[in-house]
Design a binder for this molecule. Structure first.
Ligand code: NAP
Length: 283
């Protein structure tokens, strides 16, 4: 029997309806949750991401302010904008779309965002909070993956082995920490891993966050496993696809997330959730 789908679009719709309801409650009390989005330059992928985030905010009753700057913006000017947004009480979340142009140090800019408004969860203070189990904003993509697991009744992962493929600061590493916090046994793989399939075949949960189509094939998956596909790639025909060989793996796995319609919408949903929670905390 083919794997059941974990439908990120449908789960997002449910969560966004709840976010909209809570945003309306706050608005009645005089606080409209606000997200500031900064886009520097004209990277086409970034423009699409930013447009989707702004639209999702509007739909959920979150005020979004999109600030666009030319690619030659100086680092000092961007840091000054971030400082102004940190001080603005109508702004509850600040998102600086990455990548930034070469003349700007993105670590410095992310580090300048107030941790209380770091709704992307990329600040070292947010990463540190995740590490030690303190309160802080969780990075949206792995946070969304955890929600997808919860949606199929997998909250407590005690006794489960999760394999994460990828160790980036924004997906792989925080994903591993969140799985650990949910009591899973976690293995993190990367480009230096000798025999990926030998590890993934032992996994009850596989999270693929690599950025290469076809990294996970059917022969690498234990029957019945949960497969979460974070990857966003283009196939030979130019269609959006994930890291997982969906058609093959679907015949073996118990659950699988599609691309598109899986992790992507959940990432935006968790951005809305973080922004809402930031506003709730300060109301
Ligand atoms: P990244 O920074 O490029 O990290 C990729 C990771 O994959 C690295 O840790 C790398 O290992 C590892 N890797 C590369 N080739 C491998 C191989 N053959 N076997 C095992 N591991 C391998 O990418 P990222 O920012 O984490 O993003 C990963 C993917 O997720 C991309 O497709 C991105 O577009 C997508 N993404 C999607 C969303 C969403 O909302 N759906 C959000 C964020 C990212 P090394 O560390 O050794 O180099």
């Amino acid at each position: 029997m083919p794997a059941q789908l974990i439908d990120g679009k449908a789960l997002s719709l449910r969560l966004r309806a709840d976010i909209a309801r809570r945003a309306a409650v706050l608005a009645k009390r005089g606080t409209t949750p606000g997200l500031a989005v900064i886009l520097v330059g004209d990277n086409p992928a970034s423009q699409v991401y930013v447009r989707n985030k702004v639209k999702a905010c509007e739909d959920a009753g979150i005020r979004s302010v999109l600030e666009r700057y030319d690619a030659d913006l100086t680092e000092a000017a961007l840091l000054a904008r971030v400082a102004a947004l940190n001080a603005d009480p109508t702004v509850h979340g600040i998102l600086v779309q990455l990548p930034l142009p070469a003349q700007i140090d993105s670590h410095k800019v992310i580090g300048a965002i107030s941790p209380a408004k770091d709704v992307d969860g990329f600040h070292v203070a947010s990463a540190g909070a995740l590490m030690v189990g303190a309160n802080g904003f969780k990075p949206c993509t792995p946070y969304g993956c955890m929600q997808m697991l919860a949606s199929i009744g997998m909250q407590d992962l005690r006794g489960k082995h999760a394999v994460v493929i990828g160790r980036s600061n924004i997906v792989g590493k925080p994903m591993a920490l969140m799985l650990l916090a949910a009591n899973a046994t976690v293995t993190v793989c990367h480009s230096g891993t000798a025999d990926l399939g030998a590890l993934t075949r032992q996994a009850d949960i596989v999270v693929a966050a690599v950025g290469k189509a076809g990294v996970l094939t059917a022969d690498m998956v234990k029957p019945g496993a949960v497969v979460i596909d974070v990857g966003m790639n283009r196939d030979a025909a130019g269609r959006l696809c994930g890291d997982v060989d969906f058609d093959g793996v679907r015949q073996v796995a118990g659950w699988i997330t599609p691309v598109p319609g899986g992790v992507g919408p959940m990432t935006i949903t968790m951005l809305l959730m973080n922004t809402l929670q930031s506003a709730e905390q300060r109301t």
